[in-house]
Design a protein around this ligand. Structure first.
Ligand code: XMP
Length: 508
């Protein structure tokens, strides 16, 4: 395993993904968290940071002690900190360097095996290493900076290498190969982190952890909960009690279709149609946060009631994935809540349940790979993300059953056409939004006065930032036509061309 010490860089998660893609297991921990040097730990990567090593309270770790045990790779801030701690000099650069640069490899090193002598790399720094520590060897420079890569040249027990650029980002053309060389040639990692390996290890561990215990779990029809439930099912069979709640704001036919898939997978899942309750609780509410809270608490009430009917349950299963659990190094204080996401609430305390989360260490794309290996249909694994509060946050203003049906129909037209034109997999998420405005139209010789639907489609990697998808005009024209001709009550379709930030993906 590799540990990544996070100094607060926006790219830390990318480092982890590149390491995982090289089939090596890794974890991110805040730089100031203590950890064990066990036999599994093969190396440490130090991330970048928004800080400067010369600030009075600059985040710091004892690199010399780490290097006594395992090899170290310092990236950007990590490289600067290494240089400074071993006696080199880091200073503000008169040339700030952002974006494209070319690394010239001056001294060959196994880190650069198979890499071109001059290779495109991505920079993002304002400090620069002016002088290397005694005994360290310069490996490469760029047109703008004297030290772009270095190594400790046996002055440390294990190799310490530093890179001023970001090998983890896409635009560092050979960056993945450089990281791979560090993992395999310097740390001696075996590339054995694969989907099949993960499944057999996880199922075996779950069997030991759970024994004859019974587990209750809320399923949502989404990728994460389905994969988590399938792993649990492999380990404990029908001792897994799944609950899938119809909150009345799912997509068209979703409740029935998802239950059918669960059945095919052999999962023990009970479908609970609580639409009425949700509609009652949503009635009269127009404020987005109030709507979200109403759905959150209603879900908890329904789930709690169902779970309490079961006896002898000792665990609550959850589909939590790695991005939800990473504690980022809070170098700039805690992030603010833009929208409240909901979960299962107070159940664990009330029923004295322990939590089991088989996907806690996985990124989304890894969950998909494991799902495929588990035989979950591609149509399920490739589904767009869908928010817990469902269509309720895509119906602006008050939610009524009639509006839900309108939006379900419009959404189904949009999503079917995206699939038909092979665009569904090219966008990260798409959906329709029902606007609370009516406008005048003309159909045949009749005047209409009906609702407007906005189409949203975005490209993104993780939902944190997103761009609006540049869908072809002809396609948008077809969607508009189909919706207006087939969904009675809608006479106008518009396309949302806002990125995130400043907009968000959902409208509420
Ligand atoms: P925003 O609208 O914040 O959405 O740009 C980012 C991603 O999160 C999804 N989303 C949610 N998912 N519960 C969820 O499980 C929620 O309450 C929730 N709100 C937003 C949204 O669909 C997008 O993928």
């Amino acid at each position: 395993k590799i540990l990544i010490l996070d100094f607060g860089s926006q790219y830390t998660q990318l480092i982890a993904r590149v390491v995982r893609e090289a089939n090596v297991f890794c974890e991110i921990i805040p730089y100031n968290k203590t950890f064990e040097f066990d036999a599994n730990l093969k190396g440490i990567i130090l991330s970048g940071s928004p800080c400067s090593v010369n600030e009075p309270d600059a985040p710091n770790v004892d690199i010399a002690t780490i290097a006594d045990k395992v090899p170290v790779l310092g990236i950007c801030y990590g490289a600067q900190l290494t240089a400074k701690l071993f006696g080199g000099t880091v200073a503000k650069s008169n040339k700030r360097e952002y974006g494209r640069a070319f690394l010239n490899i001056i001294n060959q090193h196994i880190l650069f095996d198979g890499i071109n002598k001059s290779t495109q790399v991505w920079m993002s720094h304002s400090d620069t290493i002016k002088m290397l520590p005694d005994g360290f060897v310069l490996l490469g420079d760029t047109e703008n900076i004297p030290v772009a890569a270095f190594e400790s040249n046996n002055t440390t027990k294990n190799p310490v290498v530093g890179l001023q650029f970001h090998p983890e980002v896409y635009h560092s053309t050979e960056g993945k190969k450089i990281i791979d060389n560090f993992l395999v040639k310097i740390c001696g990692c075996k590339k054995d982190w694969t989907a099949a390996h993960f499944i057999s290890e996880t199922v075996a561990a779950l069997k030991i952890q759970l024994g004859d215990s019974k587990v209750v779990m809320g399923l949502s029809g989404g990728v994460d909960s389905t994969v988590a439930a399938t792993l649990l099912h492999k380990a404990i069979g029908s001792n897994l009690y799944g609950i899938f709640v119809n909150n009345g704001v799912l997509r068209k036919n979703e409740f029935e279709e998802v239950l059918e898939i669960y059945k095919k997978l052999g999962l023990n899942v009970k479908g609970v149609d609580a639409s009425e309750l949700f509609y009652n609780r949503l009635a009269g509410k127009t404020d987005p946060e109030e709507k979200r809270k109403a759905i959150g608490t209603s879900f908890i009430d329904v789930f709690d009631e169902e779970a309490t009917k079961l006896t002898g349950i000792s665990y609550l299963g959850q589909g939590t994935i790695y991005p939800d659990v990473i504690e980022s190094a809070a170098v700039h204080g805690p992030a603010v809540t833009i929208k409240s996401h909901h979960n299962v609430g107070g159940l664990p305390e009330k029923m004295k349940l322990k939590i089991v989360e088989p996907l806690r260490s996985l990124f989304k794309d890894e969950v998909r790979k494991i799902g495929a290996e588990l035989g979950i249909p591609a149509s399920m694994l490739g589904r767009h993300p869908f928010p817990g509060p469902g269509l309720a946050i895509r119906i602006l203003g008050e939610v009524t059953p009639e509006k839900v049906q309108l939006l379900q129909d419009a959404d189904a037209v949009y999503s079917d056409l995206l699939k038909k034109h092979q665009l569904y997999d090219k966008v990260w998420q798409a959906g329709t939004i029902l606007l609370p405005v009516k406008s005048v139209g003309v159909m045949g010789d009749e005047r209409t006065y009906e609702f407007t639907v906005a189409l949203r489609a975005v490209t993104s990697v993780d939902g944190m930032t997103a761009d609006w998808a540049h869908l072809p005009y002809e396609f948008l024209a077809e969607v508009s036509n189909e919706i207006i001709n087939n969904v009675k009550g809608i006479n106008r379709v518009v396309y949302d061309i806002s990125s995130k930030p400043p907009a968000t993906i959902e409208w509420e």
